[in-house]
Design a protein around this ligand. Structure first.
Ligand SMILES: *Cc1c(COP(=O)(O)O)cnc(C)c1O
Length: 381
């Protein structure tokens, strides 16, 4: 049969068959005990090979144009396991400078204990990555679009820089989701997701995914079975159901985000808007080349006469909560939440102004979102 369209794969790929009752959705297997089929084949949750874990792994691998995958209990379980499986004592890894805070913290606190060296790049240009490579460098780790300023890294250029130096590449593709970006199509080796975000999409599942070639996934599995970060069966069953609507949700979020970004750009009380879909975004051209859609995440700065705290308090529909990528719109101040542990100087060096708001666009009617933003901006003082 011909390869199915992405939206069709979201619905059908990986689905389990109910041979006993012939129902139309995947049965949920909570079992931790399966018949022994030999040392290589035994099924067990921590071997990541129970039916519901395999179903989701197969679905996301298909959506990411990858051969195989593993499903973890959180994004950080997937990220930490993937990094630990590809690095040993004495190795060095190059990482993009503005990474998700949890990843940055993991690298800074855990790697020194195991004798793994690392360099965070100064900027995001190829020169910045190239000059960070050392004789013992094994790989390059990136995250694009980045949080919270939606900066882009050139996927094709990173893949060829890595190939020229015999390095592997890993990407955290959480912000884009497979709907908007397939890094393997540009030669990136290993793709990671926090499934807690767009893949889950309803702010009620914690999960993580690693997808790659069969050989790379076997290598990740060798560490994963020791570290034990498998997802629960129920969460996997929920996640499979959630991904059925992934394309619909993210397409709606893309459209809403584009309209909101354009509306904010024209607003007199807004200083700057960061969204890859805007023509004046510094990476807009690159975004059109490597992204299929511009995503649901954006950020903006309020003019200094408008208090960030007051703006957030005045929102009525949009929730000022920490997480992102759900069907409901949310907003936060990086200074007060996600980046609160950095010093003001560190934040400014990353371009994070005290007036910055990060916005995660939901699937509500865009007219209601714009009214809520308008009211909160107008009444903020
Ligand atoms: C949330 C997030 C993570 C971590 O995922 P958890 O499920 O919270 O462990 C990693 N990367 C990015 C970009 C995220 O937004």
């Amino acid at each position: 049969m011909a390869k199915k369209h992405f939206n069709t794969q979201c619905v059908h790929e990986g689905q389990l068959e109910d041979t006993q009752y012939e129902s139309g959705v995947s049965p949920l297997y909570m079992a931790t005990n399966y018949a022994f089929e030999g040392v290589e084949k035994k099924r067990y949750p921590r071997y990541f090979n129970t039916p519901n874990l395999e179903a989701v792994a197969q679905k996301v691998a298909a959506l990411e144009l990858a051969e195989s995958g593993l499903v973890f209990s959180s994004g950080m379980a997937a990220i930490s396991t993937a990094l630990m499986s590809f690095l040993s004592q004495g190795d060095h890894v190059v990482l993009q400078n503005d990474l998700y805070g949890g990843t940055r913290n993991f690298v800074k606190t855990e790697f020194p204990k195991y004798g793994i060296a690392f360099t965070f790049t100064e900027g995001l240009s190829m020169g910045d990555f190239e000059k960070a490579i050392q004789p013992n460098t094994k790989g390059i780790y990136i995250e694009t679009p980045s949080n919270p300023l939606l900066k882009l890294v050139d996927l094709k250029a990173i893949a060829s820089l890595a190939q020229a130096n015999g390095l592997w590449t890993m990407i955290d593709n959480t912000f884009a989701s497979p709907v908007n970006q397939n890094p393997t199509a540009f030669g990136i080796d290993i793709v990671l997701h926090s499934a807690t975000k767009y893949l889950g999409g309803h702010s009620d599942i914690s999960g993580g995914i690693v997808v790659s070639s069969k050989a790379n996934i076997e290598r990740v599995f060798d560490s994963a079975k020791n570290l034990g970060g498998n997802m629960s069966e129920f969460a996997a069953w929920m996640l499979e159901r959630s991904i059925k609507t992934l394309a619909l949700r993210v397409t709606a979020q893309n459209a809403n985000a584009q309209q909101i970004a354009q509306w904010l750009e024209a607003h007199q009380d807004i200083d700057a808007v960061y969204y890859p879909g805007l023509k004046n975004h510094p990476d807009h051209h690159l975004a059109t080349q490597q992204m299929k859609g511009f995503g649901g995440m954006l950020s903006f700065t309020l003019k200094k006469e408008k208090s960030v705290e007051c703006f957030l308090e005045n929102l009525q529909l949009i929730k000022p909560v920490m997480s992102l990528a759900g069907v409901e719109s949310t907003a936060l101040s990086p200074r007060l939440t996600s980046h609160a542990l950095l010093t003001e100087e560190e934040r400014l060096s990353q371009g994070i102004s005290p007036q910055l708001i990060r916005f995660s666009t939901g699937i509500e009617a865009v007219s209601d979102l714009i009214s809520d933003l308008e009211h909160a901006i107008y009444t903020a003082s």
